[in-house]
Design a protein around this ligand. Structure first.
Ligand SMILES: C[S@@+](CC[C@H](N)C(=O)[O-])C[C@H]1O[C@@H](n2cnc3c(N)ncnc32)[C@H](O)[C@@H]1O
Length: 236
């Protein structure tokens, strides 16, 4: 699933090293993927007040913060991420439980959550099926899965514009605004993973193959994808 410019060990280091710049450099990317978009996408996906939610790949907490706002005091959010640096940033901003771990092997019991969210990280997991199987396991019967990610532009013009902006302008602006070579590399890596993204049908098929029902994908602004599915209510 991941582009091979960076190995999984050095990817972890890359996220650790850029965690302190992450919010600023992703803010530069814009594309409507800010706080309001995340909140709207999660509500569109069916997230509701009172739910107990696991946010996988919590990063600095951008999706988790939106989840907290939706589920309110009667709900709850737990964040999980492999990167020590990202978790440290999230800890400074969010008063939620944060746990170190990876999507493919979640440190939680079966059926522990009403909903599971993941933002802009499906491209980093080692395999779709092991990941969705874990999501299925930790969700209660009837539980909701919402995955937000980028979409690969369809047309050659879209791809060319995307490459120019995301593999040229954004890495350059990231280096300029942070002074960090790693921040520039992270943005190049981000483009690599986007350019080699598997088709939406492959992701939906992997969700379905792991037992999720009512799976759908909605595309926004040509570059953003929302994948939604439900664990069957009678699943054990
Ligand atoms: C692009 S950031 C997204 C952070 C946040 N969800 C957001 O919307 O801004 C990707 C995150 O995925 C995490 N990550 C990388 N590999 C992962 C894995 N195998 N399982 C879970 N998270 C992973 C990274 O540490 C990083 O925090």
């Amino acid at each position: 699933m991941s582009a091979q410019r960076v190995s999984s060990r050095s990817l972890r280091r890359l996220f650790d090293d850029t965690a302190c710049h992450y919010d600023r450099i992703t803010g530069l990317m814009a594309f409507g993927s800010g706080a309001w978009y995340r909140r709207n996408a999660l509500q569109r996906g069916g997230l509701q007040e009172g739910m107990k939610v696991l946010d996988v790949a919590v990063g600095t907490g951008a999706v988790a913060r939106a989840v907290v706002g939706i589920v309110g005091a009667s709900g709850g959010v737990v964040g999980v991420d492999p990167s020590t640096g990202m978790l440290a940033q999230a800890r400074r901003k969010l008063g939620i439980p944060l746990v170190q771990g990876v999507a493919e092997c979640l440190p939680f019991g079966d059926g522990a959550f009403d909903a599971l969210t993941m933002g802009y990280a499906l491209r980093h997991v080692s395999g779709l099926s092991p990941t969705f199987a874990e999501y299925f396991r930790v969700l209660r019967p009837g539980g909701l899965l919402i995955v937000l990610d980028f979409a690969r532009p369809n047309s050659r013009i879209g791809l060319g514009l995307g490459r120019f902006y995301l593999n040229g302008v954004v890495p350059w602006m990231s280096r300029l605004s942070s002074g960090s070579r790693e921040a520039e590399l992270l943005m190049h890596y981000c483009w690599d993973t986007l350019e080699t993204l598997v088709p939406a049908e492959t992701i939906l098929a992997a969700m379905g193959g792991c037992g999720f029902q009512d799976t759908r994908r909605v595309r926004w602004f040509g570059v953003l994808s929302e994948y939604v599915g439900r664990k069957p209510a009678l699943a054990s």
